[in-house]
Design a protein around this ligand. Structure first.
Ligand SMILES: CC(C)(COP(=O)(O)OP(=O)(O)OC[C@H]1O[C@@H](n2cnc3c(N)ncnc32)[C@H](O)[C@@H]1OP(=O)(O)O)[C@@H](O)C(=O)NCCC(=O)NCCS
Length: 194
């Protein structure tokens, strides 16, 4: 379940990115990235302009994050462009989290008037290249880097309702996991030997 994150999730976003190892940071940010740079990045995410999506595991740990950043609007009426970047925690990979984040970003882009969704990757990032190709993205490789573009159709009622439904389901899923976690903690406090 992919839920939209808010500024209240900054701490968890930071924990997610800091846990990425050096190689994953290169894949995600395009270069070696120190903790201080990540702190600055998380602090500066503009939740009022961009959309940030997250996937939580059963222990409410943020295991997947996708950042959809809208590029500045031009004066004419041409469709908007947005850039997407994502990362999935090592232990949650290969279970469809990255693909689900991508699908959600594509849906949000479509529903917010984006005509082209763009991703910048390193071309040796085989997993990301696979996800991009599977999504039908047009990929241009150059000097070890790759730009992937997805052209999106305009929104329709099915895409808008589909996204509303997914967000509500994700909010419900998160609330349910929180209840289960509280109940488990309560039971553990009653029976510490268990
Ligand atoms: C790229 C990344 C987000 C993928 O997340 P994920 O949750 O493992 O992705 P999914 O499980 O949805 O999909 C993985 C797909 O890639 C395929 N795959 C895995 N390793 C692969 C490889 N070495 N070569 C080709 N395909 C590969 C899987 O088979 C799966 O394909 P399928 O859906 O057709 O079965 C994750 O590996 C990651 O965070 N990497 C580090 C940061 C990064 O690269 N970010 C992208 C920068 S834009």
């Amino acid at each position: 379940m992919v839920r939209q994150l808010t500024a209240a999730d900054r701490k968890r976003l930071l924990a997610h990115f800091i846990a990425l190892d050096d190689d994953d940071r290169v894949l995600r940010f395009g270069q070696r990235t120190a903790d201080a740079v990540i702190e600055n990045y998380v602090r500066s995410i503009d939740f009022s302009n961009d959309a940030v999506f997250g996937v939580f595991n059963h222990a409410l740990k943020l295991v997947g994050v996708g950042h959809l950043a809208y590029l500045p609007v031009r004066d004419d009426d041409s469709p908007r462009t947005a850039e997407f970047g994502l990362s999935v925690s090592n232990e949650a990979r290969g279970a469809g989290v990255g693909s689900a984040l991508f699908a959600r970003a594509a849906m949000r882009s479509r529903n917010s008037g984006v005509g082209t969704l763009y991703m910048h990757c390193l071309s040796h990032n085989a997993t990301m290249m696979h996800i991009a190709r599977k999504a039908g993205m047009d990929i241009h490789r150059d000097y070890g880097e790759a730009d992937a573009y997805l052209t999106l159709p305009p929104a329709d009622s099915a895409s808008i309702l589909g996204e509303m439904f997914q967000e509500q389901a994700a909010v419900f899923d998160y609330a349910w996991k929180r209840q289960v976690r509280h109940a488990n903690k309560f039971l553990e406090s009653l029976m510490p030997s268990l």
